[in-house]
Design a protein around this ligand. Sequence first.
Ligand SMILES: [Zn+2]
Length: 1189
Amino acid sequence: MNSCGVSLTTAVLAFGDEAKKMAAGKASGDSQEESFTLTLEERQALGGMDSRLFGFVRLHEDGARSKTLLGKAIRCYESLILKAEGKVDSNLFCQLGHFNLLLEDYSKALSAYQRYYSLQDDYWKNAAFLYGLGLVYFYYNAFHWAIKAFQDVLYIDPSFCRAKEIHLRLGLMFKVNTDYRSSLKHFQLALIDCNPCTLSSAEIQFHIAHLHETQRKYHSAKEAYEQLLQTENLPAQVKATVLQQLGWMHHNMDLVGDKATKESYAIQYLQKSLEADPNSGQSWYFLGRCYSSIGKVQDAFISYRQSIDKSEASADTWCSIGVLYQQQNQPMDALQAYICAVQLDHGHAAAWMDLGTLYESCNQPQDAIKCYLNATRSKHCSNTSTLAARIKFLQNVSDNWNSGQSVSHHPELQQLYSLCLTPQKLQGLHKSQSSCLSGTTEEQLLFSTGCAQYHQATSTGFKKQNEHLTLCSNSGPQKVADSHLPSHIATSNGQQGIIFTKESKPSKHRSLVPETSRHTGDTSNGSADVNGLSNHVHHTIADVVSGPNHGVSPNLLISDNPQLSALLIGKASDSMGTGTCDKVNNIRPTVHTKTDNSVVSLPSSAISTATSSPKSTEQTSTNSVTSLNSSHSGLHTVNGEGLENSQSSTKIDLPLVSHRSACQIIPSMSVSICPSSAEVLKACRNLGKNGLFNSCISLDKCPPPRPPTSPYPPLPKDKLNPPTPSIYLENKRDAFFPPLHQFCTNPKNPVTVIRGLAGALKLDLGLFSTKTLVEANNEHMVEVRTQLLQPSDENWDPTGTKKIWRCESNRSHTTIAKYAQYQASSFQESLREENEKRTQHKDHSDNESTTSENSGRRKKGPFKTIKFGTNIDLSDNKKWKLQLHELTKLPAFVRVVSAGNLLSHVGHTILGMNTVQLYMKVPGSRTPGHQENNNFCSVNINIGPGDCEWFVVPEDYWGVLNDFCEKNNLNFLMSSWWPNLEDLYEANVPVYRFIQRPGDLVWINAGTVHWVQAVGWCNNIAWNVGPLTACQYKLAVERYEWNKFQSVKSLVPMVHLSWNMARNIKVSDPKLFEMIKYCLLKILKQCQTLREALIAAGKDVIWHGRTNDEPAHYCSICEVEVFNLLFVTIESNTQKTYIVHCQDCARKTSRSLENFVVLEQYKMEDLIQVYDQFKLGSDRYALSLSSSS
Ligand SMILES: [Zn+2]
């Protein structure tokens, strides 16, 4: 067979010989081999098939042929691998991964991809591989890994043809991880992209609207939903879901008028939703809840019954029915309904609690206790401590009860299950309901027995529970089989759960917000069904965000609902974002090495559950585990030798973060290698033809950046609290002593405190005192952060029950005058309190009040609220002339503007970086953990009168802190976090800790992580500087790339800055010089390649030039820096608004750029000249400025 020579994939190419042998086998009539050969036609068909087709191949309808072909290809490849006896071309594994992915055999796909990963050093160049791997991780809810794989794709190939699908999935995952800012950005990037993806625009818009809802921005959410309803030809399913969300939101939130009005709106929306989708059990259920809340009992029952008819039996619905009966004084019916609920879901905490309440009300405390115990055993029990107290209380009183009331009217718990209400019984629900409204004697008796006080206590204590019934999934046929799995998604009001269903349920499962995971009494949450175009992408994401009455986002744990908060936190830490990922992470090595018994010993039967329809994260975790496990065995069959033998072991454990490649962004390169621009550009012309679609600025592709792993060897525990490098100044001469500069910029000193600087320089810090500021500009704007007053070395959740990393604060604005007033009154108040304490202490010295106060302190929280006046902009030289002038007295290296400061070469203002910002504080005001923008150095002077406390971690540990943030569902770059010192100690992270007194200057070196809390009342001033050192430049460029990887804007335009440096500065440090030169080279190549490709494609490049102090440009869509060639819409060009796009974003909206003009800001000749003239300075130390600056 000739066909084997004509290989269409590289993988098969590499196996020409094998294929020939097989072909020979076939020729000789060996029928065994027949299925292992592919015809030319089949090879051609397979040639174009990889992960990018995922979601776009129809396997079930007319795609049976594709399915057969893929299956055959897999058998063929497996056989090839088997025959290769270990000497396997890695591409074969990649291809095998793709085929298995397309057939949705995720565990085999993962195994194959992992083999490819372990064999292929430059796996990161293979976008289709990374994309496929990301999809597999996504399927397994291993979001941590999926996010990384997808980010890798976008980094190495921003114009990847499935970029839209990636943005969509990143949006979904970040939403689940509560990183709403990133989520929104990715949804928006998906929305502008006109390429196909598995969700429609309407569905993406739905997610954006739901993102508002999730963040408790109900009015924005309502607006967005309503706007979506205006869309022409809105698919019925989207319409039904939007209306359902609106209905449920109106029921739970005070969006309009009084209760009657809002319920009437809610009911209208839900009825309209049912018009669009009459089969939604969820809408019927919500409608029932609305009717129930306005006392329309009959309608409520009808709705619940519809709900049960339309959807699978749901514990939540039964629980609500129980509540309704209980409210109607029909305890027997209530009992049956509750039992039905707990039968469907034994872990339904709310139903157990309601049942317990019912038993209590009927004077059966022993049974009540059993129910409460069952509730507390549920993973989703939100108020275990309250329940425990209740149980104890009941145990104490039950003897008395029993002695008085020996007859039990209700069935004992043991008999419960025989009583379960069946749908048949429900048929009679109406009848029984109406008949029971009059009430049987027995039942009336039950409620009139003498335990009124308990009943009362119970109903007040647990009334909330009744209202906060938990909903759970009713979307799957395996409800009962799954019922041992707690329906935690539902219970997790205010959280996100994820639901992945493997098989779609034609009518019931198509909703955007699947009938799962909503919490009664909360706003609904939403969810995504990534089902759109291809009906075989059956991942459904449901997330629940919001809390009772005022939805709660985890970053704003509301103290008035501790159980909810506890729930949120609990979930946050074991949600799929981290929990599952950790598992996957842990399993990785064992997939190959078999060292972890727990994984290997998992029963194989679990695998079948795994591939069924997991509804909870817990199950999904199991899912990942078992599936990974099964992938292990899968690999065994693929490779007869077993993996352990052929494995090269070292790379296995952390496939995607195993090396630090950040440094490769700027490789160490000797100056002599630097070619002249002419050579470079000549070489560029011969480079890859796909330059047009490749905006990577590297000469070769750079591996995606990775955070550094923890420095090795770990520091011994006694080195974890190092002394802070400090310098005491006595006079002006000390301040200008050159070694001071060298000391501060020495990378070995992450921070330097220059003590007594203001005094030595006779700086008038009074110019920055609150009094002077008010006199100077009392109406000036102040950004206010409302925070909780916490101990400086701790960060508690608002209820004071748990130490957390998240420390979000609300943002608002005021004026200097008003903040000054607040600052002063806060001080006065504290003086008063201090005096009162003193007198009290005198009056009742060593009495109980002291001890009770001390014990009170042991309980954390509730915390006092404080306001921090931050980011006050002092850039205006007219307004702040005196103040800014005073700062020119500082030594050059810490000055706001100086020739040796990189930020002075940017050529335009970057607020807060090359301008001064002021901070006005009361005790407890905190600046959360961060590195400065683009890792620049910072200068901070405490004006006083109070002190500030600083916490500092060296730059090389930022990867460890980044990991902690990820584990806590926080974005290291964008979220607010306050490190837990115990965590850092455990992880052997050194922390410098010191007090900054008035007049002290704190120098934060490049990349140093730090967080600060005010001890007293004080003001601070701060700005950034960029010393001309190799270390600073390197860290700035590394962060520039990391920002790009993370889709975060770099405030310092490093490309623009590098060209300015080449023009203005003579660099004598060879290392710094090499790095700058290398970057310029990359940019030059990129400009040249792009320009030529555009012209070759017939696109005009229009000369635009630039004005002298024109700021650097950023893409208006994705916020990457755009240098030299600006993509501007024709409309924007005509209007001279010049809204800039990067090439990739331009192509997403307009594939062949027909709607864009390309404006050019620099002549290539000029750039070439700058590049060639940039030479290493001869003077070894001095950095001088050329005249052109
Ligand atoms: Zn862009």
